[in-house]
Design a protein around this ligand. Sequence first.
Ligand code: V55
Ligand code: FE
Length: 492
Amino acid sequence: MARNWPKSFDFEGFNEPIGVEWSRPNLEVEGEIPAEIKGDFFRATADPAHVPTVEYDTFLSGDGMVSRFRIDGNTVDFAIRYVETARYKAEREARKALFGAYHNPFTDHPSVQGIDRTTANTTPVWHAGRLLMTKEDSRPYEIDPETLETLRSYDFDGKLKSLTMSAHPRIDPRTGEMFFHGYEADGVTSTKVAYCIVDKDGNLVSEQWFDAPYCSMLHDFIVTEHYAIFPVFPTIPDLERMKAGGPAWSHHQDKPSWLGIMPRYGKVEEMKWIEGPKGISAFHMLGGWDEKSSGSSLVHMVLNVTDTNTFPFIRAASGMDPSPADVRGDLVHWTLDTDNLEAGYTSKKIGPPGDMSRIAACNQCAEFDYGYYACYDPRVGPPIIHSVVGAGFNTLVRVGLKNNDVTTLGLGPDRAINEPVHIPSHQPGHEGYLAAVVDTHSTMSSELWFLEASDIARGAIAKVKLPFRLRPQVHGTWVPADEVARAKARQR
Ligand code: V55
Ligand code: FE
């Protein structure tokens, strides 16, 4: 069965590529999914359709697949398809990989030079009734949310100048606007970063470019009511090594991190850069808020930080120990004072290490009380292969910021959890629900679990059985049924 995949954990066990498009209605449900849960859980997975051309290739290079759980009370339908990117189509035609190493266009076959090399495998983004499959190295692809067909590479009606859009836009529910950035805006290894604003109807209304202190894997950012904040960590591409056919990214322990902060509707010329600790890294921010409206100049940010890059393939390419046991991290609350930026920011530990965090969509760009994320807890079991870090997340975490309470749900030594989505409740005072795909290694099977967000320790309140396992997810998005219906009505 197994093809000749590279000999690394990125392609073994639960990470073994699957590459099958399938759909099935009426999946078996154990327990009761709350009747008010109606909507689409869109997911992005990376699943290479062909054996990579380089032995050191990574999980992150896999072709994007978009999948959807359509949930209506206790009925659940599932479908998964490839994102038919230019790259996917060229390789399907050739019946083999033509694009080379992760983030390294110099390793591509001459016949595909100049063809968009993104795999669109990172986040399904829903905005203004449109579904986009994103990856930070290029522009997104628009997907039909009903059929999951790929419609086109999306450039906001020809308006977007940046060659890239990150997989982590921020949507402010109060204005309906989408804020996003794109690093390497004019090509690999460039320091140019685009900062863009899309209005509630999907029109790109602002695009400004600025120079980061150095080119880095600028994966996520923070938008508050009044500010846009760009955290830069020293994971940097090596152009000479790329040209020689080697890995793109190195992590530099000896280089400082930076926070760029500017008014969210301001000019990039107003950006102020604050130097931070050397060598640290973070991929995902839960969110942030500011207190400007109440007369204070404080800005708050909550994120999972590590003392080095968490990806073994990047540490290995940096001459460091790739073992996951070598990484230290925390959930932290950073605070800075915009009246005293020279003082830098303070950092307080508020939760265990982890990643794949979520907050309720209604709290984006604003103060929030609860956050949810996944964690590897060695007390739950030894590391198992699942996704890109090298130790699957065996624990779900809920953190309450106001009372500083942390609750966890250990899943046992045989299980790994994928990023949860938060599903709002219509009941007043109800914290909502979480849904996440949970993978069981001994049976090589996947289930979709539903939990009460306020009581994760109780475990699943309902489990949806899948006939086949799923490759570990990257990110996901919950779209309530009324929004899907509104988008459909508008198209007619
Ligand atoms: C991440 C994921 C990516 C990527 C770069 O979560 C960073 C981090 C799935 O692709 O290309
Ligand atoms: Fe991400």
